[in-house]
Design a protein around this ligand. Structure first.
Ligand SMILES: Cc1cc2nc3c(=O)[nH]c(=O)nc-3n(C[C@H](O)[C@H](O)[C@H](O)COP(=O)(O)OP(=O)(O)OC[C@H]3O[C@@H](n4cnc5c(N)ncnc54)[C@H](O)[C@@H]3O)c2cc1C
Length: 480
């Protein structure tokens, strides 16, 4: 994306309505919705470009994504946003074939069963596990007071094999996380709610469907995967341009180092090279460690506790190896979304997306793009290996799993030292400690993927909700 900068902003006396720190999708959606409400918004971003972890491009006509490859259309707020941005026609829905997801067992890619009959005939699970599913509706719910791990929850309701060959790889596909450490209540609140409200997952899926229909929401199982014809960056680029078109300002290459609330209740935000910005309200849309630094700069005991809570949120490291192939070089039909590798399977990679099979326009029929993930909480050392080592790892695993017969035409490696925040035990209490600062610091808000969900859909929803809250605050505090 072109850099969007405004001149003459150093130590300006102008007071914005809102300063959003961080131009990932969370900050951009918040800022766009605020600009739409008529607020004077300024977005300050440390990186040279807006978009955060979202970045797309093409090599030899083949599309790569170094962050999210797709979103799930779980809330009507997504299409509402695309309509407001005028990019609904550029939205690409995943091909039907992408409903098929593979899990590796015994070195083979086995389709994850998506229906009752498929579940009872799949070689992925033993007969004991299949029959265990019939018991699930009769297993008692746990106490809501217990912060149970995802692993304990699944073991209790569905058994160890289901954990190992469905949920563990699924958790690594979403959080790059360890199900023994993730809190089911914080990481999968809808799953937790199914048990609490309906007494089990199967009952919840049946009865919860009616409620979701009423609320126009979809479960992640039924939601469509979407992207854009030219990749996910269409969304963040258009958000950035639309903020500017609505008289908002985006400054990139500005790392914010401190925030302060002055006596008149205005916020002062300081960036590199002595830049100072003023606003009635500040939204922190940065990762948790950066938000911790900014809270600590307030130099107050209540802010220190919140800063510590933020520092305690672990992040999974990931390296993403994207590779372009001659289609003939890959033996597997690539007829699906991709595959995930359970940790029991002894591979180096967490899984791979069949990126060019998921959506049209990502590669022509003579080529294929594969996106391979390495690392996560269970193998945190692997992503640090040098480029050659990562490439070798990927080629070795892809050779045995999808039958690679040649070297790739090109490879692009994207490293995320702190890729995904982990909603581990105590996460909701940590978020509560962070929220407690708001009673001391009116006008300070938070919107980033360390709270309220990590998926794109969740970030969009949270940006929308935060903009409503901030907009109401600004309206009641704006000086005429
Ligand atoms: C590799 C990867 C693959 C993913 N795949 C999927 C997927 O397929 N589907 C899905 O739904 N989700 C996926 N996710 C998750 C989803 O993409 C993220 O949760 C979401 O994009 C995060 O957006 P954000 O705005 O909260 O944070 P970020 O994108 O991290 O943005 C935060 C911004 O704050 C800026 N910043 C930090 N410190 C400062 C400072 N001091 N001053 C100014 N700016 C600062 C950063 O530079 C950054 O631009 C993936 C994530 C990763 C990393």
């Amino acid at each position: 994306m072109d850099e969007i900068k405004t001149a003459g902003t150093t130590n300006n006396e102008a007071v914005d309505d809102v300063i959003v720190i961080g131009a990932g999708v969370s900050g951009l959606v918040t800022a766009f919705r605020l600009a739409e409400k008529g607020c004077r918004v300024r977005v300050l971003e440390a990186a040279p470009r807006a978009g955060g972890v979202i970045a797309s491009g093409r090599i030899d006509g083949m599309l790569w994504e170094s962050g999210p490859n797709s979103g799930m259309d779980t809330t009507p707020l997504i299409n509402d946003l695309l309509d407001a941005l005028g990019i609904r026609e550029q939205r690409a829905d995943a091909r039907k074939i992408a409903d098929r997801r593979f899990i590796v067992r015994g070195g083979q890619l086995i389709p994850l069963p998506m229906s009752g009959p498929a579940f009872f005939s799949t070689p992925l699970f033993s007969t004991g596990t299949k029959l265990g599913l019939l018991r699930e509706p009769f297993i008692a719910r746990s106490s809501p007071e217990i912060d149970e791990s995802v692993a304990a929850f699944v073991r209790r309701r569905l058994g160890t094999e289901f954990l190992d060959y469905a949920i563990q790889p699924f958790v690594s596909g979403i959080f790059a996380g360890d199900p023994e450490q993730l809190s089911v209540q914080a990481a999968f609140p809808k799953l937790f709610a199914l048990e609490q409200r309906y007494g089990g997952m199967i009952r919840g899926m049946i009865f919860g469907a009616r409620e979701r229909k009423r609320q126009r929401e979809k479960s992640k199982n039924n939601a469509k995967s979407f992207s854009f014809n030219n990749g996910m960056q269409t969304l963040t680029d258009t958000l950035a341009h639309s903020i500017v078109a609505a008289n908002g300002i985006i400054e990139t290459g500005i790392r914010i180092t401190s925030i302060a609330n002055n006596v008149e209740g205005r916020w002062e935000v300081r960036g590199g090279e002595g830049k100072i910005y003023r606003a009635h309200s500040v939204v922190l849309s940065t990762p948790a460690d950066a938000a911790a630094t900014l809270l600590a700069s307030l130099k107050a005991p209540w802010a220190d506790d919140a800063a510590q809570a933020l520092r305690d949120i672990p992040y999974a490291p990931l390296s993403i190896v994207i590779s372009g192939w001659r289609r003939e070089a890959v033996t597997h039909p690539l007829d699906g979304f991709g595959f995930l590798v359970p940790s029991r399977e002894n591979a180096h990679i967490l899984g791979a997306l069949f990126s060019s099979s998921m959506f049209e326009h990502r590669a022509d029929e003579k080529h294929a793009v594969l996106t391979t993930m390495i690392g996560g909480m269970l193998q945190p050392e692997l992503p640090k290996r040098d480029d050659n080592a990562l490439q070798e790892m990927v080629e070795r695993d892809l050779t045995s799993l999808v039958g690679i017969r040649e070297k790739p035409l090109w490879t692009k490696i994207s490293r995320h030292q702190r890729a995904i925040p982990q909603y581990t035990f105590g996460h909701l209490k940590r978020v509560h400690r962070v929220d407690a600062v708001r009673s001391h610091a009116p006008g300070l808000f938070f919107c980033a993927n360390w709270r309220g969900g990590i998926s794109l859909g969740d970030c969009i929803k949270n940006g929308h909700l935060t903009a409503d809250e901030v907009g109401a605050f600004v309206t009641s505090h704006r000086t005429p």
